[in-house]
Design a protein around this ligand. Structure first.
Ligand code: ADP
Length: 605
């Protein structure tokens, strides 16, 4: 394993933890302030009841203070403690009560950000990993409790420290002895601790993946029908073996350092304190009985507290690593963003792509190279080519999900970057090949919005009829208001691949857009159903501009102009007849497909 000797950047660590506390403050100020007050009150309680009470009682006894005064003071302290217990019980229950509010607040910020970040982020595994980690490892309460521990620990050390100094500063030096240990050995111990935690974190991450693979629906079929469960099982056992190995490698060393520390505090510091205090109290008689008790009782405590804070600060650093993920996600600056002051799109006349080149992040080969393409209002444009030719990438760029690296896209002669993003994207109605239905009603899935009115329902019904899926929807108990999927409704409708695709196609019929883009919308349909669907769609889109993407050429015959893509370049363009007579790539693809259709027909005849 590579050793990570990263130095802790404390400023960054405190900033990150402060950021998380800030989120709690915004989500629920009551929780934040109660936590802060509880930290200080708990330090006061520990000091009063754990240290000062004994000193006061013994000193009073020795000095012969009036019993009434002593009793009143002790009762006051007990009362404080009682009130503190009542307060802290309330506070802890209150935090738990508000957990869902805090979770929902942070989740809503993350979701809002997730919906606005550039698509490229979601296609970038490193970014996606950061996002998933930010969600998975978010633990605002861990940060809050750690911060509370540090605040009350520091307050307690200060209070007890001041008291010990007033008794005799020499004892404070004894209390600080473990610090010398920490300075000498702590660095090594912390490094081993850090490596131990890092290694474990990696192993826990792998273990969690396996755990998810056993319960996530995405994997459920393969896990049952194939041997993958054995592979996952083996992964889990490997992780467990590695965990044992990590304990062997680091765990015992850490245990030894902790044991050594306990020995220094309990045996060395503790014994030295008892001897010196007893000598001063009993032999020299220069110390009061109460003071003697205080130092014996609190020296190990204060030393342990200093060490505990040291370890807790390490927790702050651990938290900081997770918060880094959250912050880098939330602070990501969206590149293709909405600009309220930008132009609204005019009535569509012409879309031109000029010498456009685009390379996906992390790739060297362009997905699109020197593409020139024109779409006039009312035209039907087919973009064809084999898988991986760059067709979907072209659609993503047309929709400004990405911007070109070179060249430009013009709408009515103006670069599309000058238009307001939502206004520009509103031009397009699109059906993607990898369509998705949401866990929402059928009508919401068709219109892709909420607040469905009766008028909307009629529009949806009409669109579903045109897409050839209305009969199925009508047979559902709540018609177009039926829920899709069983996520929120145990009676929710489940559609087959082809049916779901028809519902997404109905979106094109329901909402009027100037330009319709169909990215292989019929891939889940058989060739005959595909032809029929295309015919329906073209009828519905009469007079509209249509750009359709396909690797099946039968539909391309309906286009005014065809662009044939190969390895990210346009290799041929023109009408169907024109391209066939060229006898090039398009003609070859056409003949191959015509043969395979003929074979299929023969096979099914
Ligand atoms: P088509 O739609 O014609 O099948 P695509 O536009 O999906 O082709 O892909 C064009 C090329 O870009 C392919 O080589 C593909 O592997 C690559 N590609 C697609 N999406 C990404 C991505 N998100 N990151 C990196 N490469 C990608």
């Amino acid at each position: 394993m590579k050793k990570d000797k990263k130095r802790i950047n404390w400023k960054h660590t405190f900033k990150n933890n402060g950021f998380m506390l800030g989120l709690i403050l915004k989500a629920c100020p009551g929780v934040f302030w109660l936590a802060m007050i509880q930290s200080v009150l708990s330090a006061a309680d520990a000091f009063l009841l754990g240290t000062y009470l004994y000193k006061y009682a013994l000193d009073a006894l020795q000095a012969g203070k009036p019993l009434k005064t002593v009793i009143i003071t002790l009762v006051c302290m007990a009362l404080y403690s009682l009130l503190y217990i009542l307060f802290s019980c309330f506070a802890v229950r209150y935090y738990k009560l508000k957990y869902p509010v805090i979770d929902a607040y942070i989740q809503s910020i993350l979701s809002k950000k997730a919906s606005s970040v550039d698509l490229k982020c979601f296609e970038n595994p490193a970014f996606y990993d950061t996002y998933i980690k930010a969600i998975d490892s978010m633990n605002p309460y861990g940060v809050m409790y750690t911060a509370m521990g540090v605040i009350s620990g520091v307050a307690n050390i200060i209070a007890v420290g001041v008291l010990i100094v007033t008794i005799n500063p020499i004892f404070l030096l004894l209390a600080l002895l473990p610090l010398i240990y920490t300075l000498l050995i702590g660095k090594k111990r912390n490094r081993i601790g850090y490596e131990y935690d890092m290694r474990n974190k990696e192993l826990y991450r792998q273990r969690d993946y396996v755990r998810r693979a056993f319960y996530l629906r995405d994997f459920s079929k393969e896990m049952r029908l194939t041997e993958m469960w054995r592979v996952m099982f083996k992964r889990m056992h490997d992780s467990i073996s590695e965990m044992k190995e990590t304990v062997r490698q680091y765990g015992y060393k850490l245990m030894f350092f902790r044991y050594l520390f306990d020995f220094i505090i309990r045996v060395l510091v503790g014994t030295a304190t008892i001897i010196i205090a007893a000598f001063k109290t009993l032999v020299r008689k220069t110390m009061l009985l109460g003071d003697c008790f205080v130092v014996i009782n609190s020296i190990s405590g204060i030393a342990g507290n200093i060490n505990w804070i040291g370890e807790t600060l390490m927790n702050l650093d651990q938290n900081s690593l997770y918060i880094d993920n959250l912050r880098s996600f939330l602070e990501y600056e969206v590149q293709i963003a909405e600009d309220e002051n930008a132009l609204e799109v005019p009535v569509f006349e012409k879309l031109e792509i000029r010498n456009m080149t685009f390379v996906y992040e992390g790739q060297t080969v362009p997905a699109l190279s020197n593409v020139d393409l024109t779409v006039n209002a009312g035209e039907r444009i087919a973009v064809v080519g084999h898988n991986g030719a760059g067709k979907t990438t072209l659609v993503k760029l047309l929709q400004r999900l990405y911007d070109p690296d070179e060249g430009e896209i013009l709408l009515n002669g103006v670069n599309i970057k000058n238009y307001r993003l939502s206004s520009y994207r509103g031009l397009f109605g699109i059906v993607f090949q990898d369509y998705r239905l949401f866990a929402a009603t059928v009508a919401e899935n068709v219109l892709l919005r909420g607040d469905i009115t009766d008028e909307d329902r009629e529009t949806v019904k009409d669109a579903l009829k045109r897409a050839g899926i209305y009969e199925k929807v009508e047979s559902l108990p709540n018609g177009v208001d039926s829920n899709v999927t069983k996520e929120f409704d145990s009676d929710g409708a489940v559609f087959s691949g082809g049916e779901a695709q028809k519902i997404t196609i109905a979106r094109l019929f329901a909402v009027k857009h100037e330009i319709i883009i169909m990215d292989e919308p019929t891939s889940a349909l058989d060739p005959i159903a595909e032809q029929e669907m295309y015919r329906n769609m073209f009828n519905a889109c009469e007079g509209k501009t249509v750009i359709f993407i396909s690797h099946r050429l039968s539909s391309a015959t309906m286009a005014d102009r065809i662009y044939m893509f190969e390895n990210g370049r346009i290799v041929e363009q023109g009408g169907h007849g024109e391209l066939l007579s060229l006898n090039g790539e398009y003609a070859e693809m056409w003949h191959k497909q015509a043969d395979s259709y003929a074979d299929t027909e023969e096979a099914t005849a």
